[in-house]
Each structure stands twice: as C-alpha cells, then as structure tokens.
Design a protein around this ligand. Structure first.
Ligand code: DAK
Length: 268
C-alpha cells in the first residue's frame, strides 16, 4: 500500500495519549514511553483532538498536560523525519496540528519531568503554567541533528528567557537544569520529582475554583503581551476587563468578597 504524502490523519488507533478527568480538570498524559514520548504526527493529532474536546467541554475549566517522570517529551520523532524531503515536510503541514494546540482557550498546566527537548520544549512552551520537577532537562538540541527549532522554539524561548540565553541554548544544544529554567523565567515552579504531577494537579484544581470566563480572558490577555506593543496590549486588556462585567461570575465574585463568603462561580 502506498501512503500519500498529504496524509496527516492517524493510520492506527494506538493510544498515544491517555485522558481522564478529575473534577473540573482534564488530564492528558503523553503515552509513548519507549521513545521518551517522541512526538510523531499521530500523537500530535490525538493530542489536538483531546485538547479540543476538553476545551469544548463545559464541565472542564483547566487542562493538565503531563509526560512521564523520565520524559515530558524528547522532541519530535526523529525516525519519522530522518528521510523526509522538503516537499514531504511542507505538504504534511504538521504546523496545522500545533496551531490547534495553540488555539486552546482554557488554561493548560504542564507537568514536566525529565527531558523536555526540541518539540517537547516547544510543546511545554504552548502551556500556560509550567510545573517542573527538579530532574527536568530542558533544551532545543535540534542543532545536533543539523536542523533548528521548527515549532516556535526560536521565538517563544527568546521571548521567555531573552536573546543571550536563547542563543546559548539553541546554538550549543545544551540542556538547562530545572533551576536554570526557573531562574531564566522559562518554568513557573520547580518541585521535588516525586511531587511534579500532584503539584501540577493541585495548581490546576486551584485555578479551577476561579471563574472560567475570567480564566480564559486572562490567559488570552497575557498571551497578547507576546504579540502586541504595550499600548495595544493595554487597550486589549481593558476591553476584556470590561467584558467581564457582563458576567454573573463578576457579580458573584465581588459580592462574595463583600459578604465575606466563598464565591460560587458558574461560568456565566
Ligand atoms: N525521536 C525518536 N526517538 C527518540 C527520541 C526522539 N526525539 N528521543 C529518544 N528516542 C528514543 C531513543 O532512540 C531510544 O530508543 P531505543 O534505542 O530504545 O529504541 C529511546 O528513546 C530511549 O532513548 P535513549 O536510549 O537515547 O535514552 P538516553 O537516556 O540515553 O538519552 C536523550 C536520552 C533524550 C538525551 C536522547 O534520547 C536524545 O538525545 N534524544 C533526542 C533529543 C532531540 O534531539 N530532540 C530534538 C528532536 S528534533 C515540527 C515540529 C517540531 C519539530 C520539528 C518540526 N513541525 C510542526 C513540522 C521538532 C523537532 C525536534 O524536536
């Protein structure tokens, strides 16, 4: 059987991600342990499908994306790319799948441990809050393969940690330790390895007690800081802030404060 180079849909039904829910939190776990969660097109397709399903599910407020203790993800699948031609890479248009992940509106908490390399680091940077274990090794080692980052690494890493450090990481292929990544502002928190998943879940659950509309709009506004000039970003933020006064959650949140009780947000 010949396979069209235009084919981007998965060819097998192997479960390359696992999905479950815990209250208002949707948890997705990457599931290719033998290759350190290397991201092949089928895994990315399954991931985008599940992320979108959680994004559309009204009972889910926050998403957790986890790898294993040994690897969040060691990058795109090198075996899948090694012999591809330029035209094949172009026609497969795998960026479309990554774009779907980028468009998720609900907050995503990454539970990172071990290797987060290449596409793994780029996937991590698609998440909003990053909880990293103290054993994390984070980098963009594509330079060792004769290529360069292709899913946003040169842009997102540079915005996250600045030009000097991004150049060091991307041009030498060296890995950042968890502490270096924290100091550079690439991850949100570092925790002992045995707690990396439970801590990420705890953070997600705490976020899930907030108003879901406010969560979404706050995420949207923060992401705009990467794309807009300050004055445009401030204007954008202001409009989203006004919009929240059309929600019941805003009335509930402010009245609950004045009445010295816990708010009960409804996502309305
Ligand atoms: N792809 C495929 N297999 C991988 C892999 C990867 N990225 N990383 C590891 N593996 C496999 C290994 O081949 C090995 O398989 P077996 O030999 O057991 O069959 C298994 O995972 C365990 O790995 P090791 O034996 O190497 O384990 P070690 O602890 O000794 O070393 C390591 C761990 C993570 C340091 C090492 O495996 C390593 O250097 N891995 C490659 C890391 C890397 O170079 N990552 C960047 C890949 S390029 C795009 C989007 C994104 C990208 C490109 C395009 N589009 C939207 C178009 C991104 C590109 C990349 O990420």
């Amino acid at each position: 059987m010949t396979t069209s180079i235009l084919e981007t849909k998965p060819m097998t039904s192997e479960q390359l991600i696992l999905a479950e829910t815990d209250g208002a939190v949707g948890v997705i776990t990457l599931n290719r342990p033998k290759v350190l969660n290397a991201l092949n097109p089928e895994l990315m397709h399954q991931l985008a499908e599940q992320m979108e399903a959680f994004d559309h599910d009204e009972s889910i407020y926050v998403i957790v994306l986890a790898g294993s203790e040994r690897a969040f993800a060691a990058g795109a699948d090198i075996g899948d790319m090694a012999d591809r031609s330029t035209i094949e890479m172009y026609m497969r248009d795998q960026f479309a799948t990554w774009e779907r992940v980028k468009k998720i509106k609900k907050p995503i908490v990454a539970a990172v441990s071990g290797f987060a390399l290449g596409g793994g680091c780029e996937l991590m940077m698609h998440c909003d809050v990053i909880i990293a274990s103290d054993t994390s090794q984070i980098g963009q080692p594509e330079i060792n393969l004769g290529v360069m980052p292709g899913a946003g690494g040169t842009q997102r890493l540079t915005k996250a940690i600045g030009k000097a450090q991004a150049m060091d990481v991307i041009l030498t292929g060296r890995f950042l330790s968890a502490t270096e990544a924290l100091d550079a502002g690439l991850v949100s928190r570092v925790v002992p390895v045995e707690h990396f998943f439970t801590e990420a879940l705890k953070v997600a659950k705490k976020m899930a007690t907030k108003g879901p509309i406010a969560l979404r709009l706050a995420k949207e506004a923060v992401l705009k800081a990467h794309e807009m000039h300050l004055s445009e970003g401030l204007e954008y933020e202001r409009k989203l802030f006004y919009i929240l006064f059309a929600t019941e959650d805003q009335k509930e949140g402010m009245h609950a404060f004045m009445e010295k009780r816990k708010p009960e947000f409804k996502g309305k």
